[in-house]
Design a protein around this ligand. Structure first.
Ligand code: COA
Ligand code: ADP
Length: 576
């Protein structure tokens, strides 16, 4: 990586030289480079986001089709945060590659950077994940071939793609639930003086889908629809502020139904709410042909800012919503803003920058759970562990980075993987093999896969205080046979369970188990624990003591699993 790439935060993977001596290149990788011309720009000489979305969609679609070997359609695009605008004359570089294929769908990672040809500088514009689906054939749904990750980065994206897919598929349902519960608590809309009536920002525009807007299969390009949606959203945003708005965030796009050449697309937008420095614009895209009823194609929410000459966000006028639907959308925009902030805070922070314990609440559960599982997956895909000791096939490894010490214990048990998973995922049973678990209770069974526990560990010194932890445990079954079973643990805070005088509140950044099926009867299981800076000096000076402590704990774990291998009691945890 050059110093400039590092400055710009562009993560380039080290070159991987294959046995043949050739430099490895991901077979699904597709690149596009475009010079931004005035015809691609808005009146402020910045690349229009709609044009960028079209380029991103075509690059990603070509990558998906390269893997699938058949025609593919855009199913969804996850939230996109635009870090910079791009001026006329700059070069936009887009790289897309398939991170993982599921049955008929694929996750494609898209990295957009901008390049100044005169200085050679490059910087990140955005990083997005899109899902493409191989078009059904007469024989039915296509079964795609698997992606085989070759490098550590590909392995990591492959593993995280399964968790992102899980979040994507529950996204709409979770957001609907959150909106109905959180808007109920918000009460009445606030009245502001000099507020702009929402009606003034309303836009309706029609587009006729012509052959250049469609692919070789006569379906409208997803990127084209996103570009049309961005166009009406920008008009609505400009009507609120009477200035040039800059698009910062697009919430997840989901293409609900296809559109074809000859469709009339009706695009409607209105400002749903304006906050101090940002506003949410909602857009709805519907299609019809002749006298047919309207088909709902897509709805999206976009966050705009207005930047001053120093690129600082300006204060925006407030909005007076329309009655009924307008008021509902106004409240929902407040709830979505909180969800977006939580998401940004929890997901985009680097693991080492996330405060140890994040307050848990239902609106950030989806992202905390994602963060919990992805942190464990990232730890699991590291390949620079150092073997510290091995005793009776229990191996202890460590890994040190940024003042944190990660510990990995690996061992094999003659117990089927699924049974091991059930036995280990009920933390209340851990005291049967781990003397550090003195007490453990379920505080909140969040859903089938996530629970919050309070765990008490005994004092290390005589008469000293014990420690207690509030842990979010997220369990996952494999998405396919190449994934492990997984139990991820991280600390959270809960207002109902503040620290007390009797215990020292302790925290876990990332811990848990990955459980791999070696055969129907043998399981490899790995335990990870990322020790916090406070315990690091103690641990690093006493590796011998650490090894023997881990060895005895995990030998006990192995005996516990084998003793319960036929037990029917290993059911998922419940709060009863
Ligand atoms: N995000 C990501 N993937 C999604 C998704 C979403 N919101 N909804 C469905 N999928 C995935 C499913 O997980 C499934 O993947 P898998 O086969 O790997 O398990 C795949 O899409 C097909 O799902 P299936 O249940 O067979 O079909 P469906 O009835 O849910 O249809 C689409 C899904 C995407 C095919 C359908 O909504 C569609 O045709 N949308 C329009 C797509 C389009 O034309 N885009 C271009 C712009 S108009
Ligand atoms: P919802 O109304 O629940 O937000 P929709 O999918 O109907 O969901 O619409 C998405 C967004 O599109 C709305 O939040 C709104 O901002 C915008 N929108 C919907 N209908 C109209 C309309 N008739 N005129 C202008 N904008 C609209």
């Amino acid at each position: 990586m050059t110093a400039e790439e590092k400055d710009a935060g562009i993560s380039m993977e080290p070159l991987f030289i294959q046995e043949s001596g050739e430099v490895y290149r991901n077979p699904t990788e597709v690149q596009m480079s475009q010079i931004v011309m005035p015809c691609h720009a808005n009146h402020c000489e910045e690349l229009s986001v709609g044009q960028l979305l079209k380029w991103m969609d075509s690059t990603a679609c070509l990558s998906a089709e390269r893997h699938a070997g058949c025609s593919c359609i855009t199913a969804s695009v996850d939230d996109i945060h635009f870090e910079h605008t791009i001026g006329v004359g700059k070069v936009v570089n887009i790289i897309a590659k398939v991170n993982r294929a599921f049955t008929s769908s694929m996750e494609v990672g898209i990295l957009v950077t901008c390049e100044d040809l005169y200085t050679g500088r490059q910087w990140n514009v955005c990083h997005a994940f899109a899902t493409f689906v191989a078009r059904r054939t007469e024989a039915g749904k296509v079964q795609l071939q698997q992606v085989i990750p070759r490098t550590q980065l590909e392995q990591m994206e492959y593993s995280l793609a399964a968790e992102r897919r899980r979040m994507r598929l529950i996204h709409a349902e979770v957001i609907t639930d959150l909106l109905s519960s959180s808007t109920a608590q918000l009460g009445e809309c606030q009245e502001y003086q000099d507020s702009v009536p929402a009606e003034r920002t309303r836009v309706e525009s029609v587009e006729l889908v012509l052959p250049p807007h469609a692919n070789h299969q006569v379906s409208t390009f997803g990127g084209q629809i996103m570009a049309w949606m961005e166009n009406v959203a920008t008009i609505a945003a400009s009507r609120l502020c009477n200035a040039h708005p800059t698009l910062r965030i697009i919430d997840m796009f989901h293409f609900r139904a296809p559109s074809h050449i000859g469709d009339r697309l009706v695009l409607k937008a209105i400002v749903n709410n304006a906050f101090k420095h940002s506003m949410e614009v909602g857009v709805c895209a519907e299609a019809y042909q002749g006298r047919e009823p309207l088909r709902h194609i897509n709805s999206a929410f976009m966050t705009f800012e207005v930047l001053d000459r120093d690129r600082k966000p300006c204060t925006l006028p407030r909005l007076r919503p329309e009655p009924v639907d307008g008021r509902r959308r106004y409240q929902e925009a407040i709830a979505r803003k909180k969800i977006r902030l939580d998401r940004k805070y929890i997901i985009s922070c680097k693991q080492t920058e996330v405060p140890l314990s994040v307050p848990w609440d239902p609106s950030n559960q989806m992202y905390l759970s994602y963060n919990n599982v992805s942190a464990l997956k990232l730890t699991d895909t590291r390949n620079n562990w150092v073997l510290i000791s091995e005793k009776n096939k229990v191996r202890l490894y460590t890994f040190e980075e940024n003042h944190t010490l990660c510990i990995k214990v690996e061992m094999f048990v003659s117990v089927p993987a699924e049974q091991s998973f059930h036995l280990l995922s009920d933390l209340r049973r851990r005291k049967e093999w781990d003397r550090h678990y003195e007490e453990c209770e379920v505080i909140n069974q969040v859903d089938e896969d996530d629970a919050i526990y309070r765990v008490v560990t005994p004092s290390v010194s005589k008469g000293g205080k014990g420690k207690d932890f509030i842990l979010l445990a997220s369990r996952r079954k494999p998405c396919d046979p190449r994934d492990p079973y997984l139990i991820a643990l991280r600390s959270v805070t809960l207002p109902t369970h503040p620290p007390t005088e009797d215990y020292t509140r302790a925290e876990v950044l990332c811990a848990g188990f990955t459980i791999w099926e070696e055969s129907s009867a043998v399981t490899k299981f790995t335990y990870y624990n990322q020790a916090t800076p406070g315990v690091l000096p103690y641990l690093s000076t006493d590796i011998a003591g650490l090894s023997s402590s881990f060895y005895s704990t995990f030998s006990a774990c192995s005996r516990f699993l084998e003793a319960n291998k036929d037990s029917q009691a290993a059911l998922p945890p419940s709060s009863s």
